[in-house]
Design a protein around this ligand. Structure first.
Ligand code: ZN
Length: 174
């Protein structure tokens, strides 16, 4: 049995997958424990966690675990985001360093929280458009870019309606 199933809060549903008659067992199956069909993150104890055991989807299927999309992958699929950076005026010689910084930042954020992600990095004119699952993440990334490249102008715009989105202009100064 994978380590994630060990512990006292694990629904008994998963120890007895054949027990369909239990009152409320269906609800627990739906909401208590699930695997993201895309990134294989786990939902349990009311939040999303890394699949630290590297449980394969085929194995999860055998254990009767529900497959859903985690909120980060729902956002990716629907083109939604909570944070957006528009990076402009990027000098040619800084492009590689900038892209590496963004990639590493995204990797570290996701290690800390499985739902904290960089959703997309797209070339746009003389720069890039970067979207994140979380608005504070975008702010942190913008400040990190300023820390590293120094001559940067940041401007923040927060919109509440219809979604809470942090939009940040990151402009390289010549
Ligand atoms: Zn996922």
């Amino acid at each position: 049995m994978p380590k994630v199933f060990k512990g006292k809060n694990i629904p008994s549903r998963f120890e007895r997958p054949g027990d369909k008659g239990r009152v409320g067992s269906r609800e627990r199956l739906t909401y208590g424990f699930a695997m993201c069909k895309k990134c294989h993150a786990f939902y349990y104890k009311k939040s999303w966690h890394h699949n630290t055991d590297k449980l394969a989807p085929a194995e999860a299927k055998k254990l009767n675990i529900n497959f859903v999309l985690c909120p980060a992958d729902v956002m990716a699929e629907q083109g939604l985001y909570e944070g957006e950076l528009t990076i402009s005026n990027v000098p040619k010689e800084s492009e590689v360093e900038l892209l590496n910084l963004i990639k590493n930042f995204g990797r570290r954020a996701e290690l800390r929280d499985v739902l904290d992600r960089i959703l997309a990095v797209k070339k746009q004119g003389s720069g890039y458009r970067v979207t994140t699952t979380e608005n504070q993440l975008a702010g942190k990334l913008a400040r990190k870019i300023k820390d590293v490249f120094k001559k940067i102008d940041l401007s923040f715009r927060y919109s509440k309606e219809p979604f809470e989105v942090e939009r940040i202009q990151v402009r390289f100064l010549k």
